[in-house]
Design a protein around this ligand. Structure first.
Ligand SMILES: [Zn+2]
Ligand SMILES: [Zn+2]
Length: 371
């Protein structure tokens, strides 16, 4: 516990967009009251990180990257720590933490009871800079300091940490979408558009929630083969490699007795998924749009289809601490049914640029860095 001020951390610092990412030696601040120093075991890499690196999102710099993480507790500030489930946390425990902290005082937080829509949230690895204490404040780092207000949750015993990281962002995102926005009902037929981490999280959770049948529409074929191998989804339709979208929509209709699905979940992120998704939903069904997290432009849709199909159209934005905790609590059930560890490719932290390129190219499903 002594010499805490002398602890340092090698961390990946984004100083300039589109420039090489430097590994820097940063000071680790002392754990103040309510704060926790964690030794990071895994820092997740997701599409957002590629956008940050490329300067497509307006963020302050320099920033230690990494908003997804899992680690062991190294120091706890005065007052001790209880995790989000109410369990006491001790040095040496394995924990995950939510990427962002909502402010609690803006109108969406205070009045609309929608912390996911907070106007002033702090997000590790995104908008907390190197000079903001405490720090380091990103998970691409040997150590990081979790500040007051962070949702910290112990990883259940028996859950493989690598499996826990497989859906580190996608899992809580889908918890928000499927538990908060439009739950899957028993016996429903669900179509998932997209076979990246968000799509696979949607399909796996829909199966756990009691869907009778889950149809994954995505690609490339290697990703669908992985999903098939893990038992994620019952039907896998390739919309990327040489299939025309019309025939895929027709196949979904054929698989659903000509009616379309009860629920279509968009996890593809491409605007042209929308008209296809609308066409794959049955009359009276629901369309839950999750994947359009970054603005990739406009697309024509026929508004008559919304009325004629009597479609419930919903969006779902990100997630909050409670959704991350629900994801972690779900991990024993999720990992008992699906071997999620297979989705993960590990890279040494120094190879973060390689990991980012693989994520950008879609050549790995889930990349994680080992500090
Ligand atoms: Zn707020
Ligand atoms: Zn992420």
């Amino acid at each position: 516990m002594s010499n805490a001020h002398h602890k340092t951390s090698r961390s990946v610092v984004l100083r300039e967009f589109n420039k090489p990412l430097a590994l820097e030696e940063l000071d680790v601040t002392e754990a103040g009251p309510g704060e926790v120093v964690v030794k990071v075991e895994y820092g997740g890499v997701c599409g957002t990180d590629a956008h940050l690196w490329n300067g497509r999102l307006n963020i302050p710099t320099p920033v230690v990257l990494g908003h997804e993480g899992l680690g062991t507790v190294e120091r706890i500030g005065s007052g001790g720590l209880t995790d989000a489930n109410g369990d006491p946390v001790a040095v040496g425990d394995t924990v995950m933490w939510a990427s962002s902290i909502s402010c609690g005082s803006c109108v969406p937080c205070r009045l609309h009871e929608e912390p996911t829509l907070c106007e002033r949230r702090s997000t590790y690895g995104v908008n907390l800079t190197v000079s903001d204490a405490p720090g380091p404040s990103g998970s691409w780092s040997e150590r990081m300091v979790l500040r007051v207000g962070t949702s910290v949750v112990k990883v259940p015993a028996g859950v493989d940490p690598s499996a826990a990281m497989s859906l580190a962002c996608a899992g809580p995102t889908m918890v928000h979408a499927l538990y908060g926005r439009r739950p899957v009902r028993l016996g429903e037929t669900v179509v998932v558009q997209g076979s990246g981490p968000v799509g696979l999280a949607a399909a796996a959770m829909a199966q756990l929630a009691g869907a009778a049948r889950v149809i994954v529409v995505g690609g490339p074929e290697a990703r669908l083969a992985t999903a098939r191998g893990l038992g994620i989804g019952d039907h896998h339709l390739d919309i990327i490699d040489g299939r025309d979208p019309e025939s895929v929509v027709a196949e979904v209709r054929a698989l659903t007795g000509g009616y379309g699905a009860d629920l279509v979940i968009e996890c593809a992120g491409a605007p042209n998924a929308l008209p296809q998704g609308i066409a794959m939903a049955r009359r009276g069904g629901s369309y839950l749009v999750v994947g359009q997290y970054t603005d990739r432009g406009e697309i024509d849709i026929n508004p008559h289809q919304l009325v004629h199909r009597q479609l419930s159209l919903l969006g779902s934005w990100g997630f909050t601490g409670a959704h991350l905790v629900a994801y972690v609590n779900l991990l024993p059930a999720l990992t008992a049914r699906f071997d999620l560890k297979c989705l993960v490719t590990e890279f040494p932290m120094a190879d973060c640029e390689t990991a980012l390129r693989h994520v950008g190219a879609g050549t790995v499903l889930k990349a994680v860095l080992r500090p």
